[in-house]
Ligand binder design. Structure first.
Ligand code: ASP
Length: 375
């Protein structure tokens, strides 16, 4: 006769069976099921994440890693990290001193995403606040919304106690804007299409002449972290494309494009030509590739190949028939494995990583040799 189980025993045995089933699934299942013991805490960022210190003694990835491994929330740690870069006046692609739009106004974009909370916040085309990532975080924490833009984003920031300034230009960013204006304005008679092309060409010629750092023409910081308990978060913050049409918003504040996080899988974010990334929502695509079992590197490369395949307009192809722009992905899976992959990478092209062994600048893995500025 079978023994009659008490309710408590029944629940216990059911739970044990479910546990066994889950354990056997874990063994046989997709590599996205990750046990906490296998987590290696890590912060990955664009190269500027291990370059700028804003006069202090830590870079973005160092600060973020230190904070998250001492128990701080992973997203709060990342935002504190990118703030170093946003506030540093010598970094001309992010925050204060970012290269301005075509009217000479610095307009900033940012997005952040919290894996465990499954929430995100973004701001776009915000003026007058040096730290848009913190405003994006406030959108996530204090509203039911996802994305605030322009004047609305600024008044939200004012109401949340952020300092609003008239002008985020530095002497350097204003000087570079004046030089760009000088190059395109003598040609008032150009039709709008030619004018837009002249604007891009003037910018690229300034990169070639070394007046603008290649990394600052499309300049941004993306920073993703996997905390000691396996929490995954990410943030992207930027002044966007230099000399953009006022109001233009790139990929950085758009969830799925400039950033995507899934706490069960990993995180991806980007820098580079936002429009190319937006068409493929590549950060989402990268995370989904990892969910299907791809490594961070293979997932990132798959996105770059997708972008290449979707780049068909002649004006966006170089003499080799390849994309004539840069695009880079910073990828971490839930285990803490990372990759930095880029459409092109020269010797100088690096991404930043911080682990328990300290911060490093590592070479990006390119899909193609050479630089996007090559003829
Ligand atoms: N992706 C940014 C944008 O298109 C710029 C950049 O990363 O440099 O606005």
């Amino acid at each position: 006769m079978s023994k009659k189980l008490s309710r408590r025993e029944f629940v216990k045995s059911g739970a044990a069976a479910a546990g066994l089933a889950a354990a056997s699934q874990t063994v046989a299942a997709a590599p996205t099921m990750i046990t906490p013991q296998s987590v290696k805490p890590v912060v990955i960022a664009s190269g500027n994440g291990n370059r700028y210190k804003n006069g202090g003694d830590e870079t973005c990835v160092e600060r973020a890693f230190r904070m998250m491994t001492s128990g701080k929330d992973v997203l709060e740690s990342l935002i504190a990290g990118v703030e170093i870069v946003e506030l540093d006046p010598t970094e001309a692609g992010v925050g204060y001193g970012g290269l301005p739009n075509a009217d000479g106004v610095v307009q900033l974009d940012s997005c952040c995403m919290h894996g465990p909370k499954k929430r995100a916040g973004c701001v776009a085309a915000i003026e007058g606040v040096r730290t848009p990532a913190a405003v994006a975080h406030a959108v996530m924490e204090h509203t039911d919304h996802h994305l605030l833009v322009g004047d609305g984003a600024q008044s939200f920031a004012r109401n949340m106690g952020f300092t609003i300034e008239d002008d985020l230009n530095t002497e350097h960013s204003r000087e570079r804007w004046l030089e760009w204006k000088r190059r395109i304005d003598p040609s008032h008679y150009l039709d709008p299409k030619k004018r837009a092309e002249a604007g891009l060409e003037a910018g690229i010629s300034m990169v070639r002449e070394g007046l603008i750092d290649e990394d600052h023409f499309w300049g941004t910081i993306n920073c993703n972290g996997v905390g000691p308990n396996g929490d995954v978060c990410g943030v992207t913050t930027t002044s966007g494309l230099s000399w953009k049409i006022p109001g233009r918003v790139g990929d950085s504040p758009i969830l799925g494009a400039g950033l995507y996080v899934d706490n069960e899988v990993g995180a991806a974010g980007s820098t580079g030509r936002g429009e190319a990334n937006l068409y493929g929502l590549c950060s989402f695509f990268v995370v989904e590739e990892m969910r299907r079992g791809a490594s961070p590197k293979d997932a990132g490369m798959a996105a770059l190949k997708r972008v290449q395949a979707n780049t068909v307009e002649k004006r966006l192809l170089n003499s080799r028939g390849l994309p004539s722009f840069g695009l880079t992905f910073y990828v971490a899976n839930k285990n803490g494995d990372v990759a930095g992959v880029s459409m092109y990478a020269t010797e100088r092209s690096k991404y930043a990583v911080c682990t328990e062994n300290g911060a490093e600048s590592l070479p990006l893995e390119p899909l193609f040799e050479g630089s996007w500025t090559d003829e």
